[in-house]
Write a protein that binds this ligand. Structure first.
Ligand code: F6P
Length: 361
């Protein structure tokens, strides 16, 4: 009987448990394998005793589809090559990970992670000769070669609902409402939610903007007879002159966000309007997975196991052309999939009269 391991790595999101469930079902039901869930991402293989649970079908009921987060836990900051120690130093703990893998006696590892985790785990697995298959997840949706990463569809629904709730109160008070959504390096949530929610302005890290450009759009909205406006901004956006605003230090770390309040202060003066800010934050990562996330996660989980069964290792499952497929991990690791500033969705936004910044011609 084959033994495989599975772990969730990096920031959590909705749909992780649905993917775990699918992997366990496929591995046990179709192939008769044993499945070991490694706790707290790569940490579970680095600690002694090893931290894991053996799955059986009673642990992966339909309730897993509805459950946010990850029942395995995930440790965000534990890059084994550069592991932060309590005294502030860093240590290379990659050998402990590889030894842990051998001790567990598994023959392949399924890694559910974002672009960062995919890169680090791919490097670790190559180093240790560990056969790996990746499943993409991140609400930012910036994993290369896949239309969807697990968690993005739910985060988009949450952001869209927030705009739906903000629009009536903006109208009642004649305010400029600013919604700051997640998206550290990319604006997939912002541009999708902004288009879906009827925003007047969408700012994403991929496209530079000017405060005058935003003000001009708000003036145009007023000229069209509307006395309120909706602005959606990705947390990774910088000030007009390109300065980062996301510099609140927590435990020595740079945190993201703050751009919403910067814009609110500037626009209040520039357009003489009351501005209010909502920072959506981790609400986008939690809660019940959307139906789209459940379908994508289930398809990813089943396909990941099939790849192992077929001996197709070193690959990541991907959503392409409306269905599940797979791509080489080497085409994915370390690459960020950004919003195409000239792509169809950006064109849609422009076509709707939304201000999305200014590009060099
Ligand atoms: O990468 C996913 C993400 O949710 C980003 O959108 C956000 O900037 C970051 O993670 C937040 O990370 P943490 O959970 O460590 O605050």
């Amino acid at each position: 009987v084959k033994r495989i391991g599975i772990l969730t790595s990096g920031g959590d999101c909705a749909g992780l448990n649905a993917a775990l469930r699918a992997v366990v079902h496929r591995a046990i039901r179709t192939y008769g394998w044993r499945v070991f869930g490694i706790r707290d991402g790569s940490m579970g293989l680095m600690t002694r005793p090893l931290n894991y649970v053996e799955f059986d079908l009673s642990l992966v009921t339909g309730d897993m589809l509805r459950l946010g987060g990850t029942i395995l836990g995930t440790v965000n900051k534990g890059d084994p090559f550069h592991y932060p120690m309590p005294d502030g130093s860093f240590r290379d703990r990659s050998a402990e990970f590889v030894e842990g893998y051998r001790e567990l006696g598994i023959e392949a590892l399924v890694v559910i992670g974002g672009d960062g985790s995919m890169r680090i785990l791919n490097q670790l697995c190559r180093l240790g000769g560990i056969p790996m298959v990746g499943i993409p997840k991140t609400i930012d949706n910036d994993v290369a070669q896949t239309d969807y990463a697990i968690g993005f569809p739910t985060a988009l629904d949450v952001a869209g609902e927030a705009i739906d709730r903000l629009a009536p109160t903006a109208a009642s008070h004649h305010r400029v409402m600013i919604l700051e959504v997640m998206g550290r390096d990319v604006g997939h949530i912002a541009i999708n939610a902004g288009v879906a929610g009827g925003a007047d302005v969408i700012l994403i890290p991929e496209i530079p903007y000017s405060l005058d450009g935003i003000a001009a759009r708000i003036a145009a909205v007023r000229a069209e007879g509307r006395n309120h406006a909706l602005l959606v901004v990705a947390e990774g956006c910088k000030t007009e002159s390109g300065e980062p605003v996301s510099t609140i230090q927590a435990g020595g770390e740079v945190r993201y966000g703050g751009i919403g309040h910067y814009l609110a202060a500037k626009l209040a003066e520039l357009v003489q309007a009351e501005t209010r800010v909502t920072v959506l934050g981790h609400v986008q990562r939690g809660g019940m997975p959307s139906m789209r996330d459940r379908v994508v996660a289930s398809a990813f989980g089943v396909h990941a196991v099939d790849l192992i069964a077929a001996g197709k290792l070193g690959r990541m499952v991907a959503w392409q052309h409306g269905q599940v497929g797979d791509v080489p991990l080497s085409d994915v690791a370390g690459i960020t999939r950004a919003v195409d500033p000239y792509g169809p969705l950006a064109q849609t936004a422009r076509g709707l009269g939304i201000y999305i910044g200014e590009l060099p011609v």
